[in-house]
Design a protein around this ligand. Structure first.
Ligand code: FPP
Length: 256
């Protein structure tokens, strides 16, 4: 943790510090932002309205991560399975990413956020690809928070693509199958260089991983919240970290 003297903390940080141990934070928190559609429908609104409100909730999560000093935050914004949704919803989600990369980029940059869009670049519109590349290049030097937006992402495809990359090296004769290690496969995933999530939060009462970061979430602690994503508040993030800090992780070993 960057802050050493209690009385030198910004006030929001000190407020959270009264509830959680700021020296024992998860390094990487991943979020499945679920329940946008149900949230909107229960208000008689179109599903896209729920996704738009979901962006506001994501901004609260980002602000919280910055306030307490969580270095990596992942958020699943578009799954490869989401292509099967009605065209208007797919287009709407693409437009939400466009708007975020357009309207919010300067603020992200000023706040020291390094933005990465994690997922397959295949099938994404060319203008969106250009915006992603620009945003990633602009924010690459930033170090306060690495924000990973999982877009056109799913965990099995991530593992398959990493496996193909290793198979190509075997085929080229630069790697023997016996030499393949866990670290090597990790280094070929779409999150290469990013620590595995310590904590995964999923909203909407659904209790499953749904093909999110299958490889990366082996030792991740899961917190499932009943509320839908647009209702997510900073306090929910804080409560989830409290649960994480009380869970006694042992990575398969016996606790001391
Ligand atoms: C799952 O809820 C959520 C999604 C498929 C999209 C999440 C996207 C956002 C929160 C917008 C943020 C995006 C960017 C690019 C910044 P659901 O719609 O499946 O909910 P349901 O299960 O209630 O139908």
């Amino acid at each position: 943790m960057r802050f050493t003297q209690r009385n030198s903390l910004p006030s929001e940080t000190a407020q959270w510090g009264a509830q959680i141990d700021l020296r024992n934070l998860p390094e990487h928190v991943a979020i499945i932002m679920d329940g946008n559609g149900r949230w909107a429908r229960s208000r008689g609104m179109p599903r896209l309205f729920g996704h738009q409100k979901g962006v506001e909730a994501l901004k609260k999560a980002i602000a919280f991560a910055l306030e307490v000093g969580i270095p990596y935050l992942s958020a699943w914004a578009f799954s490869t399975a989401n292509w099967k949704r009605p065209e208007a919803e797919v287009k709407g989600l693409m437009n939400i990413l466009r708007r975020t990369l357009n309207k919010d980029l300067v603020e992200f940059h000023e706040r020291g956020i390094c933005l990465k869009v994690v997922g397959s670049r295949l099938n994404l519109p060319s203008d969106l690809l250009a915006m992603i590349e620009h945003a990633e290049q602009l924010t690459a030097p930033n170090t306060k928070l690495t924000l990973l937006i999982n877009f056109n992402y799913d965990g099995r495809t991530d593992i398959i693509e990493a496996t193909k990359a290793l198979a190509r090296k075997v085929q080229a004769g630069i790697l023997a199958p016996e030499q393949i290690t866990e670290e090597m496969l990790t280094a070929h995933t779409m999150t290469a260089g990013i620590p595995d999530p310590d904590l995964l939060i999923r909203t909407s009462g659904v209790v499953r991983l749904s093909n999110y970061m299958m490889w990366q979430c082996t030792f991740t602690e899961f917190v499932f919240l009943e509320k839908n994503w647009p209702d997510f508040q900073k306090q929910d993030f804080c409560n989830s970290i409290q649960k994480f800090q009380n869970c006694g992780r042992n990575f398969g070993q016996i606790s001391a």
